[in-house]
Design a protein around this ligand. Sequence first.
Ligand SMILES: C[S@@+](CC[C@H](N)C(=O)[O-])C[C@H]1O[C@@H](n2cnc3c(N)ncnc32)[C@H](O)[C@@H]1O
Length: 344
Amino acid sequence: MKQEKLESKALELFQRQDFDIEKLEETKFKASNEETEIEIRVLSYEEFGDEEALEKIGEDEKLFIDEGLENIQEKIENDLSILEEDKEKDLEIPSYERIGDIVVISELDGISEEEAVEAVLEHNPGLDSILLKQENLSGEFRVGGYRNLYGEKTETVHREHGVRLKVDPTKMFFSEREGTERKRIFESVNDDDRVLVMFAGAGPFPVTIAKHSKASVVGVEKNPEAVKFARENIEMNSVGDKVEILQGDVREVCPTLGKFDHVLMPSPTNALDFTGEALECTEDGGRLVVYSVEEKDNLYRPVIKKVREEASEKGLDVEVLEKRVTADFSPSKRKVAVEFRVEE
Ligand SMILES: C[S@@+](CC[C@H](N)C(=O)[O-])C[C@H]1O[C@@H](n2cnc3c(N)ncnc32)[C@H](O)[C@@H]1O
């Protein structure tokens, strides 16, 4: 099995059991919930031979491997029992994302539509719908084309980190796989802070930040459908006193908003085009968080270079505070976050 597919299966398995997932490095993940924290090494036979795989495995890591690597199980002490049991059950399921009561399948991976529906329903009893992606996410709004394989609904309420988010993947972008990144962000915001969320979508960042702090949050989003859902989500989570969503292009709206302690740019395919606007909105000493899609062997340099150049043109200093991979994008590309302190 391809490394990417095996990783999706491993992550789905843990996410379904309500673990937060964080990618620590290539092939290595941290799964955590309130009680426990597990490091998982995911290795596919298509990418790693027995010897290579054995060299990669750290002492306390749990393994998630595919059938071709079964010989190495005898040579290691790690407890494989939970993972093995689930791995067996999961083999005939295409990789998918569960959003509320809807499952979105990106590719059938050689399985028939009927088999996919049966397998997904077996693991997700009570689902409203199963959607199969027909066209990749595209355009400024990052929305794909979908066909219902099961059920009629395309709208659902997704629960994460104590909030409810109404979304419709056929009308706006939403990914539950970025929930771990949202948690990281709301945990680093203080009560008195002002936060700007450019590219707010249906509001997952603004709503989770407002729910977990007393910070005041402004979101800017161009897709009218996403704005409508974001406003409903604000009401549904009773955070209307702390969050406002403005409809429009960040290029036009953000320059009218003043300065913020945190400026977030969660639109990895085009955020860098708006670096200038984001820098102008960041308070002296504030934090700018840039998301971008980058080649896996050159993850951060293009982002840092672009932000440094734009800052220097504006007479600002930037210091890199943190950088991390937030999700896979394609076999050769990753979504990354780079955090900067901006100083005048
Ligand atoms: C990848 S989605 C992320 C949405 C949201 N941040 C989330 O995490 O679910 C990017 C969002 O940016 C919006 N967008 C793209 N270009 C924009 C622009 N110039 N001004 C405002 N919003 C924009 C799109 O409509 C889309 O909702």
